[in-house]
Ligand binder design. Sequence first.
Ligand code: CA
Length: 711
Amino acid sequence: MIISDNSVLTFKIIRFLLIGYNINEFDIKQLMFNNGTAITSIKSFTTEGDYITVTLNNSIDIKEEFFVIYKQNIIKLNYSELYKSKEFNDKYYFSGELGAFYGKDSTTFKLWSPAAKSVKVLIFKNGDAAIQETPSILNMEENNGLWSVKVLNNLKGYFYTYKIEVYNIVNEAVDPYAKFVGVNGLRGAIEDLEESSPEGWTEDSSPLLKNYTDAIIYEISVRDMTTHPDSAVNYKGKFLGLTEDDTKSSKDLYSGISHIKELGVTHVQLMPVFDFSYISTDEKDPVKYNWGYDPQNYNVPEGSYSTNPYNPLCRVLEFKEMIKHIHSLGVGVIMDVVYNHMFNPLENNLEKVFPGYYFRLDVKCNFSNGTGCGSDTASEHPMMRKFILDSVLYFANTYHIDGFRFDLMGVHDFETMNIIRYELDKLPRKILVYGEGWDLNTSLPHELKAVQSNAWKMPHIGFFNDTIRDTIRGSVFNNKDSGFISGKSDQEHTIKKCVTGLIKYSNELSGIYDTPDQSINYICAHDNNTLWDKLELSNSYDSYDDRKSMHMLGNAIVLTCQGISFLHGGVDFCRTKKGIENSYNHPDHINWMDWDRKSEFYDVFQYFKGLINLRREHPAFRMDNSQEIRDHLVFLDNMPQNTVGFILKDNANGDIWRNIIVVYNANKYPVIVNIPYSDYSRITDLSKGYTQVIATDKIECAKLSMTVLYN
Ligand code: CA
């Protein structure tokens, strides 16, 4: 384990590093402690290197910070190890529900903070923190770290915050468990959950997902889908914008949510829709654009996407209205969740409620910053783990969410992810769990991280497959680097591994995943250059038509590999962000879905539609277990350079086609490929479904293209 240099290990044992002294001359009589008014005496001590471990006669007081004083040195100890200990959790872990519980006759408030010396609930009439107001103040009572108070009034329509006295400061915080908030998320709101569902909500149901590998995911942002002037959507940039059906651009092509229905994907993945920071986007005047990867209130939808952010019910009702509409089109809804970090830890609610508990510290007791976004949350601390789990289950149950995409999942510990998978498995419908399993420098031992190399410890949790991404298009970190589709040679072996879903297929082709549903196959997402922009950078010397062919071939590979397919919204009409790699705070005209482009690249769009239809119609492309893939997928031998071919044989996964041959030709010239002799139907135009019957043992594959045959 990575233990901080200076730690409280249990209620009676501490360990610290003494720097600047000769350990052989260590004088225990000079050692003193400061733990508030607690009198602390030493029972025994041991030394190991420069570390000193001391056993105390009495328990430390966790409502005070703990300092070791040795001669001129004052060392602050960190409580992280204690928080993980059995004795701490036996005493303080709270397994019940937290938050504000509204009833017509009373509202009960529950907050967890064992470190707090006092907690008060402040009740306001206004949800806008900018309005001066003297709140009503009520004291809360503590029971082993759980603070609560029952208020015998009808508080519907009121707002609240907590005032927490902790470690000699007084913090005002929004309830981390708030389910409703005022404008900009600076006060919790008291509302009746019963009144927070739109008409027909109880009849809302998610589309059936039989196997995770059946999912074809399309990543969108609520705002980007409709802000373009030619979207023909009234509620531009709002949740309600995605409830408007049959919208068509001036080119008479479907836009907004109807575009997604037309395309035929099974799921949309929404970029952050939880309440993100008012500093990124002011809900009162949301001109400033932000993707929203800076969580503020995890259990509340974002206000700038609602038509009235001042009314706490509005964002909830409209978010549900949107989900209901998307479900009615037969499409599932996945949320992008960002439990891994919060910006500016000192200013956020979790830290204000219980300083030092919810965030991971490094060995020097500084906030661990593996995410590069401020501070990594400590998912290994039981009440943080519970916070994440409660939030996920709340969205799955209350909002009918069909999947969760974990931002920088590799920062979390794998056990937390497994518990989430386990609890979601109890629900009657299949819910996707996947994320970015990047290995970041967070203060957690590698063997505990939810990273790709630990995939075997996390059954049925998916990982963004950066092997397929970089092999097809070239490195995302080097604009000039190319990949299989764009002229780099010797990529055939890795492409073959990707075709199998990067499972352990054979000795030669051995991947990192246990099952195909662990492989999220993609070549572009909101991060980094769009595929079209990347090809312009890496292949500027190629013709426009060749780049278009590369673009289509790359996605043809994604949609015919085993695993789960993932598409970046707009990739189906060659989305551009005008060369801006990280457009998180760029204006709408960089980030929006440009519906004019759909007509410019209508042939590409039709091709994508054909690809998606092929995958949906043919289960052979989405086998759900590894043995089936080993039994039914064989590669063609003696292939020309820069060409990969395979057969999905013997009605794989119950397919109506007996054998399917797929060949990717990444050369800028046609190639002749040997196939086993048979009568085959060759798909001559995927977008129109045209086929041509041939009886042969040799086929010609056009340049920069995918060939599909079946019998
Ligand atoms: Ca917000």
